[in-house]
Design a protein around this ligand. Structure first.
Ligand SMILES: Nc1ncnc2c1ncn2[C@@H]1O[C@H](COP(=O)(O)OP(=O)(O)O)[C@@H](O)[C@H]1O
Ligand SMILES: Nc1ncnc2c1ncn2[C@H]1C[C@H](O)[C@@H](COP(=O)(O)O)O1
Length: 207
């Protein structure tokens, strides 16, 4: 079983991924953020580092999908924090549309993505955490990563627009949309329970 959690920056993916992995006793696959050699530079100068960062994320995410495949073949359950689909359909697409990545770099990136995606298996469940801008901003501030302090509201809004468009056309498998605007699964166990019930219901038809 493979559940992938998707959503904008600060939506609560990592927090939920850890909680679900603990609940189901499954392995968790998180993003390569702390050791990412481009992320800080990217936030300082997006046009300069957009292509480098996208190639880095694409490769690290692809390697992750191959490790997930191996675990799944061994009958293990996996929770994944963010997917390779988001790199291309959300982040790279947004950078290109915002003129922060050149046409030449974007086409080069897309060709690479197309070569890789044929070897990627979609998750059994895609769990989209939908959050409005105030919630995202509040949680990005709460997390307080220094390089994210200057993220523009416009950037988050554009990403949210891309998420909504992508989710509305997602056809690779089961999809569960959870509105997290009024959920606090950090403080309230009932809120986590509600999400787990919805996952069980979508995946296994329980409840
Ligand atoms: N539903 C929630 N309610 C309250 N706080 C949350 C919730 N989800 C996440 N947080 C907090 O918001 C911050 C960002 O969450 P995180 O899981 O790192 O988001 P993401 O991985 O989507 O970027 C963390 O400090 C986390 O504890
Ligand atoms: N593909 C990406 N392009 C640009 N930025 C990205 C990409 N994937 C992740 N990120 C950024 C967004 C955040 O600053 C960190 C971690 O993501 P988070 O949603 O907080 O888990 O990396």
């Amino acid at each position: 079983m493979h559940i992938a959690i998707v959503g904008n920056i600060g939506a609560g993916k990592t927090t939920l991924a850890n909680k679900l992995a603990h609940h189901f006793h499954w392995e968790v696959f998180l993003e390569d953020v702390d050791h990412n050699p481009y992320l800080k530079d990217f936030y300082d100068d997006m046009p300069r580092w957009a292509f480098h960062l996208q190639v880095y994320f694409l490769n690290s995410r692809f390697r992750q999908t191959q490790r997930i495949k191996t675990l799944q073949s061994a009958g293990k359950g996996v929770i994944q924090d963010r997917t390779i689909y988001e790199d291309a359909h959300i982040f790279a697409a947004n950078l290109h549309e915002s003129s922060l990545m050149t046409e030449r770099d974007y086409q080069n990136y897309l060709n690479l993505f197309e070569s890789m995606i044929s070897m990627v298996e979609p998750p059994d469940l895609l769990l989209y955490l939908r959050a409005d801008l105030p919630k995202l901003i509040q949680q990005i501030e709460k997390r307080n990563r220094d390089y994210e302090n200057n993220i523009k509201i416009e950037y988050l809004r554009n990403l949210n627009d891309h998420y909504e468009k992508w989710i509305s056309s997602y056809k690779h498998g089961k999809l569960l949309i959870v509105d997290v605007n009024h959920l606090d699964y950090v403080q309230n166990p009932e809120d986590l329970g509600t999400i787990i019930d919805r996952i069980n219901s979508t995946l296994f038809g329980l409840f």
